[in-house]
Design a protein around this ligand. Structure first.
Ligand code: ADP
Length: 522
């Protein structure tokens, strides 16, 4: 049931988030608990007159979405049937353009012998965190999690507010100071990296250790992050235990370092914060659940933050004594007057579960890994040195991410077009730019067949050789394959596309070696 509901939520949501709420009401005695699982999205929504019908077999809210989104119209009918077989019920509330909530309520027996896993929160209780995230629901989730561990938090929604909060803390002698900053990477205006970079360059305000929370599609390396004072980088969605252990380990390290700088003997960290064994269930999906707005470029971000922070160095400010940042190669962080070390460039933890997060797809790639185009581009962004651009016509953001991830660490650079019209326009505008086009078949505005015909006609009229066009088709039937070839396509790949097949086709049709470090796992 959840697979279907979450799958739909992701499919029908281009921006915002997908959230799963779980609520359990226990009954007395042997009576089953009432479990409610609500899947909320900020997607296209469902019109009121279609709300009942979507639970019927082979029904889709809007016939025209089928071509864009694909699907059979069976998932909700099956989900509803399973739910009813479990004596439960499913409800839907939705608003067009705002989003939908599918809520499943089922009675479930309670396992009285289940082991309850408890966190030892002693090392975290009473500490104060600064949460910086533009998405409201993310701030709420983080604040709630920290509160569950006895921590306090102050949550702000952008880099400017974060800088102001740090300045206010520095200027107020009674402020305890922030023990950690949980910093979202992708935010409009000043993004997390810009904020950390700016903060690392200034010396008037003490910066707490930073945990960067990022979606996987940003290309950042550990080295880049350590240079701007980011200790740890976690890929969203972050599991509660991983966040708990990361913060605990960070506090233990800081406490130990501050004891050392005070000349006390180093003691091993408490159990709660000892380096944990990696958890078997800690695998994360390389595809993020929340599709966030890309951060707008912020050319004047530095100047803005500079001006906010430059007012912070009050004569009697409690941080004045720590105004000098430590040199970049100093491993020992400088203790601040608030008792916490300032976040001078620090080493990223290499061991433990975080290393998995740091090695996330894209994290080792040079930035920016891919370019995205929604219209013919004349002034195109610089591609990474030596990479060969290929044009990818694909309307569905998740599939674009998949192609993007598959080509990280290869010699190829995808340039995306959102439909066949944009793709054919881009090709005709710059026919020598792309030696190959990957062409989705089902796309809104102009599908892959028609776009291929536009390209072929233009080539014939201009006496040019045919560029290889490889169809990406969800249709695996023989007729469909023939249709691709009849439309003038050179080859086809059936979705879900496998990386090894994609790379083989790129190599074959462009005559260029794939190179890079991509693994060819099928
Ligand atoms: P499918 O997704 O395969 O078409 P489902 O039975 O799962 O079949 O869904 C039926 C229809 O309900 C979808 O085609 C879509 O029109 C609508 N729908 C389901 N979930 C959502 C959602 N989260 N947001 C918007 N529309 C939805």
């Amino acid at each position: 049931m959840l697979t279907n509901l979450v799958g739909n939520a992701i499919k029908f949501t281009a921006e915002g988030y997908v959230k799963i709420d779980v609520d359990v009401t226990k009954q007395d005695g042997e009576a089953p608990a009432s479990v409610t699982i609500a899947v909320t999205d900020t997607g296209i929504g469902i019109p009121p007159d279609a709300v009942d019908a979507v639970f019927d077999k082979f029904t889709q809210a809007d016939g025209s979405t089928t071509r864009v989104y694909g699907g059979t119209g069976l998932g909700l009918a099956i989900t509803k049937r399973i739910c009813e077989m479990m004596d439960g019920r499913i409800e839907l509330s939705s608003e067009v353009g705002v989003g939908s909530t599918f809520s499943v309520n089922i009675p479930l027996k309670v396992d009285r012998n289940a082991q309850v896993e408890r966190f030892d929160v002693a090392a975290l209780t009473g500490r104060l965190a600064l949460i910086v995230d533009d998405i409201d629901v993310n701030r709420t989730i983080l604040s709630d999690q920290l509160a569950g561990w006895g921590m306090q938090s102050h949550a702000v929604s952008n880099g400017v507010e974060a800088a102001e909060a740090l300045k206010d803390a520095a200027a107020d002698p009674s402020h305890p100071g922030y023990d950690v900053m949980l910093l979202d990477y992708l935010m409009p205006g000043v993004n997390g990296r810009e904020l950390a970079s700016m903060l690392s360059k200034q010396s008037s305000v003490a910066i707490p250790p930073i945990v960067m929370l990022s979606s996987c599609d940003q290309s950042v390396t550990s080295h880049e992050l350590s240079e701007i004072g980011i200790e740890t980088y976690l890929v969203k969605p972050v599991r509660e235990r991983r966040l708990f252990e990361t913060i605990g380990r960070m506090f233990a390290k800081r406490d130990q370092q501050s004891r050392l700088t005070r000349g006390e003997e180093a003691r091993p960290p408490a159990d709660a914060t000892a380096a944990p064994a990696p958890y078997a269930d800690e695998s994360y999906s390389p595809i993020q659940l929340a599709a966030e707005q890309p951060a707008a470029p912020s050319s004047d971000a530095d100047a803005l933050l500079d001006s906010i922070l430059s007012e912070a160095g009050q004569p009697n400010s409690p941080v004045e004594a720590t105004a000098e940042p430590a040199p970049a190669d100093t491993a020992q962080p400088m203790p601040s007057a608030t008792g916490m070390p300032s976040a001078t460039p620090a080493t990223i933890q290499a061991a433990g579960p975080e290393s998995q997060a740091q090695d996330a797809p894209g994290s080792a790639a040079p930035e920016p890994a891919t370019t995205e185009a929604s219209a013919p581009q004349q002034d195109r962004p610089a591609k990474p040195l030596g990479k060969q651009e290929i044009l990818v016509a694909e309307d569905f953001p998740l599939n674009r991410d998949v192609v993007r991830l598959m080509l990280v660490d290869t010699a190829f650079e995808p340039v995306f077009a959102e439909n066949g019209k944009i793709a054919s326009d881009m090709f005709v505008a710059q026919p020598d730019r792309f030696p190959l086009i990957l062409m989705d078949v089902s796309m809104p505005v102009m599908d892959g067949y028609e776009a291929t015909q536009v390209v072929r006609k233009w080539e014939a009229a201009n006496g040019r050789a045919a560029v290889p066009i490889v169809a990406l088709t969800g249709h695996a039937l023989k007729n469909d394959r023939q249709e691709c070839l009849d439309a003038g396509m050179s080859h086809y790949l059936t979705k879900p596309v496998k990386q090894a097949e994609l790379l083989e086709v790129l190599e074959r049709f462009t005559g260029r070696a794939v190179e890079g470090t991509a693994t060819r796992a099928a």
